[in-house]
Design a protein around this ligand. Sequence first.
Ligand SMILES: Nc1ncnc2c1ncn2[C@@H]1O[C@H](COP(=O)(O)OP(=O)(O)O)[C@@H](O)[C@H]1O
Ligand SMILES: [Mg+2]
Length: 188
Amino acid sequence: MGAAIQSPAAPRPCAAFRFHSRSPEDTHAVARALSGVLDAGLVIALRGPLGAGKTGFVKGLAEGLGVDPGVVSSPTFVIAQEYPETGRGVRLVHLDLYRLEGPAELEATGFLDSLDARSVVAIEWADRIPEALPADHLEITLARTEDEDAVREVVAAAFGWRTQAVLRRWGLCLDVAGTVSLEDLPCP
Ligand SMILES: Nc1ncnc2c1ncn2[C@@H]1O[C@H](COP(=O)(O)OP(=O)(O)O)[C@@H](O)[C@H]1O
Ligand SMILES: [Mg+2]
């Protein structure tokens, strides 16, 4: 028998698209659309500076999951906020790592325990803990644009098979609704 053939390392599956949100309502609507197509266990890494719309996005997600968006605010000081499980059987966990001091504090938030099959974990300032994120996560980057106050460029990227499937369903949903127009991107 010859030596076993080593298959080359599979390329990391990845997909990405970009769109423009023209108002806070647009951001709310696209996030709500995501809530309709996601699977429990999803980790959403939200990136972008203060005022980019990260919390606004989580509000839309919350509403779609059956949580009152009025109770959602950036958990800047408490770091982690867990909302009660709703009819969808999914528990939304919302983190804001803006003031995170280090890995020990991250552990104290219970973040690692919240990565389970029943939760959807949305993390503001996720770029502070790149090494703690599961490889297969959805990354959403919001940026102000120079044209208008209320316009945000949004780039969504998926880094694994599971989140790639979610990204495709979400893209299809946004396309059909026509709220925003999507542009495919090469992987970041
Ligand atoms: N297209 C948009 N999407 C999201 N928020 C927007 C948009 N245009 C203007 N805004 C405003 O920007 C601010 C975003 O705040 P927030 O969601 O708390 O940001 P972050 O959590 O990123 O700091 C809100 O005041 C919102 O009304
Ligand atoms: Mg915020």
